[in-house]
Design a protein around this ligand. Structure first.
Ligand code: HEM
Length: 270
């Protein structure tokens, strides 16, 4: 703890006092907020274990995607709870990372390793989150860009659920996506999340004594194992499923006209 705070405070010389305190607390708070979102995200992704269905019934994953997309004021929720927090956390996190001095050579304690790995995983996450977001939202064209694009809306004219199928296509778009980017990205996210939650417990005064820090440490190790298991369940499930072509005209977040008039039965696509 003393190593953490001493090194962290040495990094910021330009801003000090209450402003520095608030900026750092906000960095911690945005990390915890985004961490909560990542837990839900990985849990939903793990439902890909069901695989792709070809019987016209919406997969559990598709149903979760539909629920999220039907939330009122979705754009307000995503900007306030997801996008703004991660943008702030990333910008200030890069500032901290570039200013921090790894001190593994001098103090080879587990917490120093955590300190360094927290920053190393942060840098991996900058690239991973950018790749994940830009490719899923269809920023890139061409055949690869198209295979990487996420299709949220279920098209009743195909026998599969578009959200599930486009996620499978995304994860199998190229060997380096399946076996380099995602394994690394999942591990960086789950380590950074769990180790970050440990540090946040200290930051907010919830784990102060050595005993409480050990106990909180055990909880966060379990969190790491659970979220990693969810992430790899999703990845392995997608890699063992069949790739199917998702029609290009539905590569949009808008509901296709046919879907608006399709009859709705529980669990069926709507
Ligand atoms: C999966 C996405 C992310 C989650 C869930 C997350 C969460 C967290 C949490 C909970 C903390 C602990 C805050 C505290 O010490 O009280 C933290 C620390 C940190 N995060 Fe993130 N973060 C994410 C992405 C990033 C990214 C992209 C960066 C960019 C550089 C970053 C940089 C940092 C740094 C440098 C720290 C250490 C701060 C310190 O030692 O005071 N994080 N993160």
């Amino acid at each position: 703890m003393s190593t953490l705070t001493a090194t962290a405070s040495q990094e910021i010389s330009a801003v000090s006092g209450p402003t520095h305190f608030l900026i750092r607390r906000l960095h911690s708070l945005t990390g915890v907020l985004f961490g909560g979102y990542i837990c839900v995200h990985l849990l939903v992704n793990a439902t890909l274990v069901e695989g792709s269905r070809h019987d016209g019934v919406a997969t559990v994953y598709q149903q979760q995607v539909d629920k999220i997309h039907s939330l009122p004021f979705l754009w307000v929720i995503s900007w306030t709870l997801i996008l703004l927090p991660i943008i702030y956390h990333t910008i200030y996190g890069i500032y901290i990372t570039l200013g921090g001095q790894p001190n593994l050579a001098s103090y080879n304690y587990p917490r120093n390793w955590s300190y360094t790995l927290q920053r190393a995983s942060a840098l991996v996450l900058v690239f991973f989150i950018a790749f994940h977001y830009l490719t899923f939202t269809g920023t890139f064209g061409g055949d690869l860009g198209s295979r990487l694009t996420f299709v949220a809306v279920d098209d009743p004219s195909t026998p599969f659920s578009e959200a599930t199928q486009s996620t499978i296509n995304h994860l199998q778009a190229a060997w380096w996506v399946s076996y380099v980017i995602y394994p690394l990205g999942i591990l960086a996210a789950t380590f950074h999340l769990a180790n970050g939650f440990w540090a946040a417990g200290v930051t907010w005064g919830l784990a102060i004594t050595a005993k409480s820090q050990r106990r909180w440490g055990a909880v966060t190790v379990l969190l790491f194992l659970f979220t990693t298991a969810c992430g790899f369940t999703a990845l392995i499930s997608a890699l063992t499923a069949e790739v199917r072509h998702v029609p290009a005209q539905f590569k949009t977040h808008e509901k296709p006209e046919a879907a608006l008039v399709a009859p709705t039965t529980p669990g069926a696509r709507s």
